[in-house]
Design a protein around this ligand. Structure first.
Ligand SMILES: [Zn+2]
Length: 102
């Protein structure tokens, strides 16, 4: 069993290497597509579209959740005005105008 050695960690690829890897993946994808029949190609394309749609939906949910959390923080946790003097409040535990706890 190998022990974990931080000095033997693979280096993260540089932007050039990433571009090369992406290009290689793209070429392999196109080469694989070449070997398929038109029906298989259409099916593969449909599967790809479905994966992209699902990924977009998942990302949209994350964005929606983040927006809900952000809305909850601004509307519930941070009062907008001091309940004592009515001065606008921009976060913090005490009113910057009259010093009363918020
Ligand atoms: Zn106040």
């Amino acid at each position: 069993m190998e022990t974990f050695d931080i000095h033997n960690m693979p280096k993260p690829p540089s932007p050039e290497e990433m571009a090369e890897l992406l290009e290689k993946a793209q070429k392999e994808y196109l080469a694989a597509m070449e070997k398929l029949t038109p029906e298989e190609r259409a099916q593969a394309e449909m599967r790809r579209q479905k994966i992209i749609e699902e990924e977009n939906r998942r990302l949209q949910n994350i964005v929606n959740d983040a927006a809900k959390v952000a809305a909850g923080i601004t509307s519930d946790r941070t009062p907008k005005f001091c309940t004592n003097c009515g001065a606008p409040v921009s976060g913090g535990k005490f009113c910057t105008n009259c010093g009363s706890p918020l």
